[in-house]
Write a protein that binds this ligand. Structure first.
Ligand SMILES: [Zn+2]
Length: 158
């Protein structure tokens, strides 16, 4: 285990480096790098266990460019995909994406600010279509997310 100062230095270098080399340009590059650092810290993972990509499906409806951040478990290789809908606001919760119980599209199923939020989500039984009308079961963005199929009763374009 490295010291806090060493890890802090590595995070700052990671952001500078990835801002400079990003194929998406320096502004998007910095948003991707900051998102990776924030998710790694929230989940207690290393930066090498986070990858980011532009979210082409959701970009058209928001002023900032959303970022998809994938966390890979170092023990099981299981992957979790998180959406940072507005990466310029780094106090916003991540949206954990998973299959819609109606259409199987990848949509927001939980808000995750830290490891315990993910733990709470994982402890719940899988969602069923009957769970969805209850607002405490899914994020507000569930019902308007672009990840739903065109025929899904959710995901209506407002
Ligand atoms: Zn759906």
């Amino acid at each position: 285990m490295t010291s806090l100062a060493e890890r802090a230095h590595a995070a700052a270098v990671f952001i500078r480096h990835n801002t400079a080399i990003s194929p998406h340009g320096p502004y998007r590059g910095e948003e991707h790098a900051r998102t990776a650092v924030r998710l790694a810290a929230a989940l207690g993972l290393g930066l090498d266990q986070i990858t980011t990509a532009p979210d082409w499906q959701r970009r058209r409806t928001s002023p900032a460019e959303p970022v998809l951040a994938t966390a890979t478990c170092p023990d099981t290789n299981e992957q979790y995909v998180f959406l940072s809908r507005f990466p310029i606001y780094d106090d916003e919760a991540f949206e954990l994406l998973g299959p819609c119980p109606e259409c199987s599209g990848h949509v927001p199923l939980a808000l995750v600010r830290h490891l315990a939020d993910l733990g709470t989500y994982l402890a719940r039984p899988p969602l069923t279509p009957g769970d969805i009308p209850r607002p405490d079961t899914v994020p507000d963005t569930f019902s308007v997310d672009e990840g739903h199929s065109r025929t899904c009763r959710y995901g209506e374009v407002l």
